[in-house]
Design a binder for this molecule. Structure first.
Ligand SMILES: [Zn+2]
Length: 283
């Protein structure tokens, strides 16, 4: 299909004159929280509308629970996480965990979700992730990036007249290319809130992920102690590339920042310049 020249040439996003509508898409019902909860909380505090969408129901992510019981538990955890963050919505699609494929059926679910949210910004994983569900979520969102403006595709939901901005979460994968941030956000003032959202994901943060890592015995049982443990184990050193992106936005203060999230612009969708990205991402 041809390049949507008319759609990319339309006006820019400006948070001062409108609420932004952001949809963060993850494969599992804790992925958006891990990659984006801090920035999401800042967007929400500034009055913008944030939705998290999990493409699978998470029904494989546990060592002793499974199936409907696990999916229901994880759905409840997403709702508590959303409540703590103050975001508008957390939706979980009913596709099986660990079995996601980049099918036409799921592509259409994603096209529908992006359109119904009338998204200005869509955020998803890159397609070189270790987990097949993450990887295919990245592929599915890329496959939806142009189709969301094509009225004859999924005709039951009105096509967007303007292509959203598509972005990627930060990751550490080096091949074929390392993650290069286009915008970075300091989380120091919302770190406790991010940890509070992750703390709502009990089945993952305190049970499944420590079990996978062979350190289930390290998780404290006392609620306050385990939250502290979560904060400590979730803290990561800021990479030189993200530190440089922080310096662009925060100047000399960037050297003191301890926690950050960073995002890369996708080549598909609308491509705002650095100045516009800086303007609409929260500080
Ligand atoms: Zn995941």
């Amino acid at each position: 299909m041809s390049i949507p020249v008319l759609l990319t040439a339309q006006s820019t996003i400006s948070p001062s004159d409108a609420k932004l509508r952001i949809i963060a898409i993850g494969a599992h019902p804790d992925d958006c929280d891990i990659k984006f909860a801090g920035t999401a909380a800042k967007f929400a505090k500034a009055g913008h509308l944030v939705k998290f969408l999990s493409v699978t129901n998470g029904d494989a992510g546990h060592q002793t629970q499974r199936g409907v019981e696990l999916a229901q538990r994880r759905r409840a955890e997403t709702q508590e996480s959303a409540r703590r963050l103050g975001i508008a919505e957390y939706e979980v699609l009913n596709n099986h965990d660990g079995m996601l494929t980049p099918s036409l059926e799921v592509r259409e679910q994603i096209i529908r979700a992006i359109r119904q949210w009338k998204a200005d910004i869509v955020i998803a994983p890159r397609t070189n992730d270790y987990h097949p569900d993450h990887r295919y979520t990245g592929v599915l969102v890329q496959d939806a990036a142009y189709m969301v403006v094509v009225p004859n595709v999924v005709p039951g939901v009105p096509a967007l007249r303007r292509n959203p901005v598509f972005m990627y979460y930060e990751d550490n994968f080096q091949e074929p290319t390392p993650f290069r941030p286009d915008v970075a956000v300091s989380l120091d003032d919302v770190w406790d809130l991010k940890i509070s959202a992750l703390d709502a994901q009990v089945s993952q943060m305190y049970e499944w992920l420590p079990w996978v890592d062979g350190r289930l015995a390290d998780v404290p049982t006392d609620p306050a102690a385990r939250r502290q443990w979560l904060s400590k184990t979730r803290s990561r050193p800021i990479s030189p590339a993200v530190r440089a992106a922080l310096e662009k936005r925060y100047g000399a203060d960037a050297a003191q920042i301890q926690h950050a999230e960073a995002f890369k612009l996708c080549e598909y969708g609308r491509r705002p310049d650095g100045e516009e990205l800086d303007r609409f991402f929260p500080r």
